[in-house]
Design a protein around this ligand. Structure first.
Ligand SMILES: *Cc1c(COP(=O)(O)O)cnc(C)c1O
Length: 390
């Protein structure tokens, strides 16, 4: 097709810039170990923080639900796609997050992209951290509001921007709770205080905080004891909860308004009953016991200490997301390749996702890892780290 010939050139450019990502297929269930190209590989890059993606209780719940409800939802949520299960999940997640109400979307991306343009529009200002997730950036782009991108976690800059924009109709501060490339935590307590002082709405994306931070993994608002002081909490079922789907929680008015106006809610066919049932089972497990969350943190501490003992730079990580900062792009890419040959799956993260001299491998620890799995990984890092100047 000659009209699309430019695509081949674009693909060549991506490859020349070293940004092409070969997509590996997993031939097994998610877990500490996965099968790739027929070989068992230790998985150090999934967001399956609590190991729930292949949990027997979730599987059983899905089996029962499948018999009763089948697979497809048959329509968008407002037309005929809302099943009793969707409402049940919304009540369960609102209760878990200790908020009044919740609304489930098909994914976290749907939630962010749908919400932001409705909360801030023409005459308003959005203040957004420079390292926020791409779906927040897209949500901001869809809004008619003025955007102010403040340097990462820079409260002084945020404070100044709030002062400068105090005459705008509305101000919306939006931040990731846990930043996905560095594993550091937003200073949400101070952001909330600024929000209260300058009458700004605060929205947090808790994708990497749920199931990880706070009591039983209730997330970043719980971690800081903020709850009702955060106006909008966005979350996802695709990470620690091990399934798929996004949500928003906060006041009943917020949820009711979004259910009538958010395009990504109104236009997309509802999630299937089996996905929703699996999410319900996941929330029930985490609500009932914090064993998995404890195990996750125990594993995280063990691995991080081990990497520090081997003299690796784990950056600003405060969570199970652990960047292994190698600085040089080529070294990071070569390290990823060699680790894979040694049966360890990690991902090199390079420019432009991170600054040019900040190339890294990103490791994500899970409660599914056993001590011997972590020792296996540390052993491989030790072996390859000896020859860090490839
Ligand atoms: C993964 C992620 C999302 C998107 O969630 P999905 O449910 O996977 O669409 C949004 N924000 C952040 C910070 C994320 O890490």
């Amino acid at each position: 097709m000659p009209k699309l010939d430019f695509l081949e050139q674009e693909i060549r450019k991506i490859k020349e810039n070293g940004l092409y990502v070969p997509i590996k297929s997993i031939q097994s269930a998610q877990g500490a170990w996965v099968t790739i190209e027929g070989a068992k590989i230790l998985n150090l890059c999934s967001n399956n923080y609590l190991g729930l993606a292949n949990d027997p209780k979730l599987r059983e719940k899905v089996r029962q639900t499948l018999n009763e409800f089948g697979v497809g939802a048959g329509g968008a949520r407002t037309i005929c796609g809302t099943m009793s299960l969707h409402r049940e999940l919304e009540q369960k997640i609102a209760h878990f997050k200790r908020r009044e109400s919740a609304l489930v979307f098909c994914s976290g991306v749907h939630a962010n992209v749908g919400i932001i343009p409705l909360i801030a529009g023409e005459g308003d200002v959005i203040l957004t951290d420079e390292l926020n997730h791409g779906s927040i950036i897209d949500g901001c782009r869809l809004s008619q509001a003025k955007k102010v991108i403040f340097p990462h976690k820079d409260l002084k800059a945020l404070h100044n921007a709030l002062k400068m924009n105090k005459n705008a109709r509305r101000r919306l501060i939006v931040t990731d709770g846990v930043f996905s490339m560095d594993g550091d935590i937003a200073p949400l307590n101070e952001i909330v205080e600024l929000g209260e002082k300058y009458d700004a709405i605060v929205m947090v994306d808790d994708a990497h905080g749920e199931g990880v931070l706070g009591d039983h993994g209730r997330g970043i608002a719980d971690h800081f004891g903020l709850h009702d002081r955060v106006d909008i909490e966005m979350g996802t079922f695709s990470k620690a909860f091990g399934v798929v789907g996004g949500f928003i929680c906060g006041s009943a008015a917020l949820v009711e308004y979004l259910s009538q106006t958010a395009k990504t809610f109104l236009l997309a066919t509802a999630s299937s009953a089996i996905d929703i049932a699996a999410c319900i089972a996941a929330v029930e497990i985490v609500e009932k016991s914090d064993n998995l969350v404890r195990k996750l943190w125990e594993n995280t501490r063990y691995f991080k200490d081990g990497m520090r003992d081997l003299d690796f730079d784990v950056g600003a990580s405060e969570t199970p997301i652990i960047p292994i900062i190698l600085r040089d792009t080529k070294i990071a890419q070569e390290f990823e390749k060699r680790l894979f040959e040694e049966k360890v799956l990690t991902r090199a993260i390079t420019y432009p996702t991170v600054p040019k001299d900040q190339a890294r491998l990103r490791v994500i620890i899970s409660a599914a890892h056993r001590r011997e799995d972590l020792d296996f990984a540390l052993g491989k890092f030790k072996k390859l780290g000896m020859r860090r100047s490839y």
